[in-house]
Design a protein around this ligand. Structure first.
Ligand code: DC
Length: 227
C-alpha cells in the first residue's frame, strides 16, 4: 500500500500492558514501510540483565554503576544483550513480574533515551509508555491505545495458552492491574496520554480495525502539526 506521509514520519503508540501496542505497531510499520521500535523489549532486556547479575530493583547504586556496561542490539524483531539473543527470555513471567520495578528508575530511563531517539533517523513506529510524552514529543502522530483491564488480561491469557503455557486468568488480570497502577503512578515518565494524542479504545475492535484507523490517520496528519 502506498501512503503519502511526511518524511521522516514518527508515529508513537503508547498505552497500558496488553492493549495490543506491539502487534498493532508492527503491522502499522509494515503497512507504511517504516522501521518498528519495541521499547518494552528494551526495558525487558535491561531488567533481564540486571536481575541475572543479582542487582535488585531496590539497589539504586548498583543499577547506576552497572548501566554503562549495558550493551544491547536490536536486530529486526530480535534483541540481544552482550551478544546473546534474549528475545525469548524477556517474555517469561519472571520478567513480567519485575520489569516495571526496573523501568521506574530515572537512571535507567535516561540511559535509554539516546538509543531510542537514534532509531528515528528514517522515521519509525515506536510503542511503549512514554514515546509521545518523553522520547518523541514532536512525533507527527501520537496514539494512546487502551482497552479494559479484563480484555487485556484475556488477550495475554490466550497468547500464553497458545504458546503452550499453563496460566491462570485471574492471576494475569491481577498482574495487569498491578502493572497499570505502577506504570501510571511512578514518578518518572508515568503512563499517560501525550499532549495532542489520539486515544483509541480497542476493547471491542479487531487488530485490523485498529491498524486501519492508525494507517489512515498517518496519511491524514503531517509531522509536527498537532501540538
Ligand atoms: O510493553 P511491555 O509490556 O513489553 O513493557 C514492559 C515494561 O516496560 C512495562 O512494565 C513498562 C515498561 N516500559 C516503560 O516503562 N517504558 C516504555 N517506553 C516501554 C516499556
Amino acid at each position: 500500500m502506498s501512503i503519502k506521509t511526511p518524511d521522516p514520519l514518527v508515529i508513537t503508540i503508547d498505552g497500558p500492558a496488553g492493549a495490543g501496542k506491539s502487534t498493532v505497531a508492527r503491522m502499522v510499520a509494515e503497512t507504511i514501510g517504516l522501521p518498528y521500535l519495541d521499547t518494552g523489549a528494551i526495558y525487558r532486556a535491561i531488567a533481564w540483565w540486571l536481575n541475572g547479575m543479582g542487582i535488585d530493583p531496590s539497589d539504586e547504586n548498583g543499577i547506576r554503576k552497572a548501566l554503562p556496561c549495558f550493551s544491547v542490539s536490536l536486530c529486526g524483531s530480535g534483541i540481544s544483550v552482550a551478544g546473546k539473543d534474549v528475545s525469548k527470555e524477556i517474555r517469561g513471567t519472571e520478567i513480567d513480574k519485575i520489569v516495571s520495578l526496573y523501568a521506574a528508575h530515572k537512571a535507567i530511563r535516561e540511559s535509554l533515551l539516546d538509543l531510542q531517539r537514534k532509531q528515528a533517523a528514517d522515521g519509525l513506529v515506536a510503542d511503549g509508555r512514554d514515546m509521545g510524552t518523553v522520547v518523541f514529543p514532536d512525533a507527527g502522530l501520537k496514539i494512546f491505545l487502551t482497552a479494559s483491564a479484563e480484555e487485556r488480561a484475556m488477550r495475554r491469557y490466550k497468547e500464553r495458552v497458545s504458546r503452550g503455557e499453563k496460566v491462570n486468568y485471574e492471576e494475569i488480570l491481577k498482574q495487569v492491574k498491578e502493572r497499570d497502577l505502577y506504570d501510571i503512578n511512578r514518578e518518572e515518565a508515568p503512563l499517560r496520554p501525550a499532549s495532542g494524542c489520539i486515544i483509541l479504545d480497542s476493547t471491542s475492535m479487531t487488530i485490523k480495525e485498529v491498524v486501519d484507523v492508525i494507517v489512515s490517520l498517518a496519511g491524514e496528519f503531517g509531522a509536527n502539526d498537532r501540538n
